[in-house]
Design a protein. Structure first.
Length: 380
């Protein structure tokens, strides 16, 4: 697409030169026409102006696909952001995990009302934690009350922690054990809501137990490969991002290299804006889940902690133009992404940034997604 765009730009330049020469030879006066501003580029520039190192975005509709970028791929260089560069999508991974669980539910291999204890005996236990009271639904919905172990990982908290632990390999089981040292945030159920990465570590473990295959293999075989997401992968413990990518920055240092094993099931996937728009369109378009399971995923309840409604691995966000869209925020050490899709799957918008940004960065990102998805009210 970008090669064609560049060809079109060259053609326009050549055409402009021809017109200029003809005008000069005929003695006519050419009137310059103002160029139309690119709305997506303007929004991407606005995000970059909030203090990020780089920004990339892609939006789609039934008839168009557009992308824009701003900033640099590496701090203190003039190297531009790569077109469709790869990045760590962070908690946007949770939508992939929930999709696999719901596929297994649709196949009759498990139920959302199964308890954690049924599939992982003795894993959620101690200090008031009781896996027999926590259903799979409550894991995906963040209503389990289980302590979030994510913020306690040193590599994610400071430059010293990053340098010491960036190559460290974690297991989901060891991280869950660490979480069990804490009492629940609240008794499991619908009366409480608290975001916890531990919920999705457990969901990945349950996928392994149900299928006999790893979370990575199930996500790859059920989602990545069937949709042809060629730039998306589940890296396991591999610390490098292969292929074109921008560097990530946090704590004033380059944090691009990271063993993401602490986030398996909850935040470890590497992808691109192009692949994420395709994933969201396929998901809400009904290509990955049967209607009953898609309904379960998109049946949302208030999540006061986030200021949105939350279903099963998918948030629902109201649009100022009316209606709502579905998506998920993602963040993992120097990469921040926000993506969304209309309820019918026909319009998508994904934007990501590198670097810490500033206090207005996330607001500018959500404003970009909202504006693009509100265009669904304007027609194709």
């Amino acid at each position: 697409m970008h090669v064609l765009a560049r060809r079109r730009r060259r053609l326009l330049v050549a055409t402009g030169l021809t017109v200029a020469l003809l005008t000069a030879s005929s003695g006519l006066t050419a009137v310059a026409r103002p160029q139309r501003a690119d709305p997506l580029q303007q929004q991407v520039d606005a995000v970059h102006d909030t203090g990020t190192v780089g920004v990339g975005a892609e939006v789609t509709s039934p008839r168009t696909r557009d992308s824009a970028r701003a900033g640099t791929a590496r701090r203190y260089t003039g190297k531009p952001m790569p077109w469709n560069g790869r990045f760590r999508i962070g908690s946007s991974t949770k939508t992939f995990t929930a999709t696999v669980v719901l596929q297994l539910v649709g196949e009759g291999r498990m139920s959302l009302e199964d308890t954690v204890e049924q599939w992982l005996p003795g894993v959620v236990r101690g200090n008031g934690n009781d896996g027999s009271l926590i259903t799979v639904r409550r894991l995906l919905q963040h209503t389990s009350g289980i302590h979030d172990v994510g913020p306690e990982i040193p590599a994610l908290n400071s430059a010293d922690g990053y340098r010491a632990d960036r190559f460290r390999t974690f297991t989901a089981k060891s991280l869950v054990r660490q979480a069990m040292r804490n009492s629940p945030e609240f008794p499991p159920g619908d009366d409480g809501w608290s975001y916890s990465n531990t919920n999705y570590l457990l969901a990945a473990m349950i996928i392994h137990k149900v299928t006999g295959r790893s979370w990575e293999r199930e996500v790859t075989d059920r989602i990545i490969r069937p949709l042809g997401l060629r730039d998306t992968n589940t890296p396991g413990a591999f610390p490098f991002i292969l292929g074109p990518h921008a560097h990530a920055y946090a704590f004033g240092t380059d944090v691009t290299v990271l063993n993401p094993s602490m986030a398996v099931g909850s935040g470890s996937i590497i992808s691109t804006t192009h692949d994420l728009t395709r994933f969201y369109a396929a998901l809400l378009g009904g290509r990955l889940l049967a209607p009953a399971q898609l309904h379960e995923m998109t049946a949302t309840e208030p999540a006061p902690e986030l200021g949105v409604n939350y279903g099963l691995g998918l948030a629902e966000i109201h649009l100022s133009c009316g209606g709502s869209y579905f998506g998920h925020r993602g963040e993992l050490l120097g990469y921040l992404t926000w993506g969304g899709v209309t309820r019918d799957g026909t319009r998508t918008a994904v934007v990501y940034v590198t670097g810490d940004g500033g206090p207005h960065t996330e607001g500018a990102m959500t404003a970009l997604v909202e504006r693009e998805l509100c265009r669904s009210h304007e027609g194709p």
